[in-house]
Design a protein around this ligand. Structure first.
Ligand SMILES: Cc1cc2nc3c(=O)[nH]c(=O)nc-3n(C[C@H](O)[C@H](O)[C@H](O)COP(=O)(O)O)c2cc1C
Length: 198
C-alpha cells in the first residue's frame, strides 16, 4: 500500500487515484513497487531499480534509501527522475518524470521510528551497494547491529527522497492492442493534456 495524504487536486493525480483504486480492487501484488531511473553524470550512464513508494503527500512522491548508494549519489548531481509503475491486474503502466530532492530530516526521523526494528537494523548495517567479501559478512553485520544498536535512531546516511512530477503518461493496454496513452505535462503553471499514438 502507498500512504496517500492530501493528494494534489489536479487532473493527473485524480487519474492516478482512479487507476490506483482499480488496482487495489483487483488485488494487485507489489502495488507500491516502482522502478526509478537515475542519470550518473560521472559514468554518463542511466540506471534503473525498484524501490517501494511509501507516501504521496500533496504533490510529493516519497521513497527511502541509503544516501550513500549509487542512486542517491546520482540524484545529488542530476536532480531528475523517471519512474515507472506497471500494474498487470489492470494492464496499466504509469510513467512519471519529476524533480527530486531529499525529504526533511524530521520527516525521515518520523518514518524511521515507525518501522519494524529488523528493517532498521538492515538500514543501519548496510553500506548499500558497496562490495563485501561474503554474504556471511552481511549476516554477521546485521546480527551485530540488531543486538548492539538503538534501532529507533535513524543513521544520517539513510532517509527519504521526494520527487515532484512534471510529466505523467498513463498507458492502458487494450485487448485489441489499440492501447490508450494519455499524457499530462506541466507547462507554464498548468497541466496540458494530450493523447499519443499507441
Ligand atoms: C520490489 C523491490 C522494492 C525495493 N525497495 C527498495 C527501497 O524502498 N529502498 C531501497 O533502497 N532499495 C529497495 N530495493 C532494492 C533496490 O532495487 C536496489 O537493489 C538498491 O536500492 C540499490 O540500488 P542502487 O545501487 O542503484 O543505489 C527494492 C527492490 C525491489 C525488487
Amino acid at each position: 500500500m502507498i500512504e496517500i495524504r492530501n493528494i494534489a487536486q489536479d487532473k493527473p493525480h485524480e487519474l492516478f487515484i482512479k487507476y490506483y483504486d482499480e488496482a487495489l480492487k483487483a488485488k494487485q501484488s507489489s502495488i507500491n513497487a516502482i522502478s526509478i531511473s537515475s542519470f550518473d553524470f560521472e559514468k554518463n550512464e542511466v540506471e534503473s531499480r525498484f524501490v517501494n513508494l511509501k507516501y504521496i503527500i500533496e504533490d510529493k512522491w516519497i521513497f527511502f534509501t541509503n544516501y550513500g548508494s549509487p542512486k542517491a549519489q546520482a540524484f545529488n548531481k542530476h536532480k531528475q527522475i523517471c519512474a515507472l509503475l506497471f500494474w498487470d491486474s489492470i494492464n496499466t503502466q504509469i510513467r512519471i518524470k519529476g524533480k527530486i530532492r531529499r525529504t526533511s530530516t524530521s520527516f525521515s526521523d518520523k518514518h524511521f521510528v515507525g518501522r519494524q526494528p529488523e528493517k532498521n537494523a538492515l538500514a543501519i548495517s548496510s553500506n548499500q551497494s558497496r562490495k563485501i567479501d561474503s554474504y556471511e559478512d552481511v549476516l554477521k553485520n546485521f546480527e551485530y547491529i540488531k543486538e548492539n544498536s538503538d534501532l529507533t535512531k535513524r543513521p544520517i546516511y539513510w532517509g527519504g527522497f521526494e520527487f515532484i512530477p512534471y510529466y505523467f503518461e498513463f498507458w492502458e493496454g487494450k485487448k485489441n492492442r489499440l492501447n490508450k496513452r494519455e499524457v499530462f505535462e506541466y507547462k507554464e503553471n498548468d497541466w496540458i493534456n494530450f493523447i499519443l499514438e499507441p
